[in-house]
Design a protein around this ligand. Structure first.
Ligand SMILES: Cc1cc2nc3c(=O)[nH]c(=O)nc-3n(C[C@H](O)[C@H](O)[C@H](O)COP(=O)(O)O)c2cc1C
Ligand code: SF4
Length: 386
């Protein structure tokens, strides 16, 4: 192995005895190619097997909706039935056999779901709309969650975690970033509640803490939990900022959370995640560092990492403990193994053009494609101005 990637190649053990062979993880990517009932399709299992074979230390599956009442895309994964759990089990086994744990990301889309998919108002902490979804969804409407809605949603997370456990999962991830439901409770931009679920950082994190307790209960503590934490909404002082989260991070540590994976942006600022500027990346790295300073939980993040040289530099500067790569691994599933083998000249590099992001809201695209990877080549009738 090329010595220049020593830090990337170092193993790590997460709480619950989850052994990672190296520090690179495939950060979640919903490619919207599930079967009609929301189960993982054979095409998706093949995609993830290829990612696992490509050498990263951990794979996180793109978001799985925890209930039929929260959906975004027709081809989005779901995890609320035994059939959906059975369908994902062989992939979890495949990862375990190759020393690459596979974590299922549990998702409630909240105010960034689609009423077209569910024909019902979207749940939200305080009724603050997502301006992006308002533009895209002609029937966009919201309902402020009452206590019954909160209790029911907490139970749905618990049920999804129990299904993941029954499928053989040892690690799940809660999507608590990017403006989706849990993240929207954490953020002062979208959580204006004055009851016990709002008001201050403790109140805003209560919904997440109740979900963690419920998952502990439904899985009898037999599953490790990772939290994908939004650390900066990129809407300025009104929104979530890293410094507002330090108390929450310490509470996650007290809950024995195995891994925190940081992310930035909410629906209306996704453009900055798709094409981060140098300034965005500087803020992101500084925010991740601050979160890391508040806890001993291993910290990772994904955002604009295109090569293992960049990942190695981030690890050596102690910005984080793990490095997430989404698009670079989508563009070349084997970027990790090729880099470790010193075959970087064979890598198909991601162009970071953001076109895979655009597929997600393009009615002509029936799934997510790539401009570089031949296996997921975008059909010629779908194109974007460069
Ligand atoms: C097509 C696409 C789908 C994504 N789906 C998810 C998802 O399901 N869950 C999630 O937390 N993040 C999702 N993301 C965000 C990525 O995990 C990651 O944060 C983002 O792509 C930045 O990392 P990168 O620069 O390495 O691609 C998605 C990104 C893309 C491009
Ligand atoms: S579509 Fe573009 S940005 Fe997305 S993975 Fe492929 S090359 Fe990278």
């Amino acid at each position: 192995m090329a010595a220049r990637f020593d830090r990337c190649a170092a193993g790590l053990v997460l709480a619950g005895g989850i052994r990672l062979a190296n520090r690179i993880y495939f950060a979640p990517m919903g490619i919207d190619a599930a079967d009609d009932d929301g189960s993982i399709s054979e095409g998706m299992r093949r995609f993830y097997r290829d990612v696992i074979d490509g050498g990263c230390g951990l794979v996180i599956l793109g978001n799985s909706a925890i209930d039929g009442s929260t959906r975004l895309q027709r081809g989005g994964l779901c995890l609320f039935t035994a059939a959906q759990a059975d369908a994902v089990a062989p992939l979890l086994d495949y990862g375990e056999a190759r020393r690459c744990p596979v974590a299922i990301q549990l998702q409630h889309y909240g105010a960034q779901g689609s009423t077209t998919m569910t024909d019902a108002p979207l749940l939200s902490p305080s009724g603050v709309p997502c301006r992006r979804m308002q533009r895209l969804d002609p029937n966009y409407r919201l309902r402020v969650m009452d206590q019954d809605d909160i209790d029911r949603t907490v139970r749905q997370f618990g049920r999804a975690a129990a299904l993941a456990r029954s499928a053989g999962s040892r690690l799940i991830q809660l999507q608590a970033s990017n403006g989706y439901l849990i993240g929207s409770f954490l953020s002062p931009y979208t959580n204006k509640r004055t009851d016990k679920y709002g008001g201050d950082a403790v109140g805003r994190s209560r919904f997440l803490m109740e979900i963690l307790d419920e998952i502990d209960r439904t899985t009898r503590g037999e599953i490790s939990i990772s939290v994908r934490l939004g650390i900066d909404d990129r809407v300025g002082a009104e929104g979530l900022q890293p410094a507002l989260l330090l108390d929450t991070v310490r509470r996650l540590e007290a809950q024995n959370v195995a891994f925190i994976s940081c992310s930035i942006c909410i629906g209306e600022t996704f453009g900055e995640l798709a094409a981060p500027t140098e300034a965005t990346l500087r803020d992101l790295h500084a925010g991740v560092r601050l979160v890391k300073s508040a806890t001993t939980i291993p910290i990772g993040f994904a955002g604009g990492v295109g090569s293992l040289d960049t990942a190695e530099a981030l690890l050596s500067r102690e910005v984080c403990d793990l490095v997430g790569m989404t698009r670079a691994i989508f563009a070349d599933n084997a970027i990790v193994s090729k880099s470790f083998a010193g075959r970087t000249q064979e890598i198909d590099w991601c162009r970071f053009d953001g076109n895979c992001f655009k597929d997600k809201s393009n009615p002509k695209a029936s799934r997510v494609y790539c401009c570089v990877n031949e296996k997921y080549r975008r059909p010629t009738d779908i194109y974007y101005a460069s």
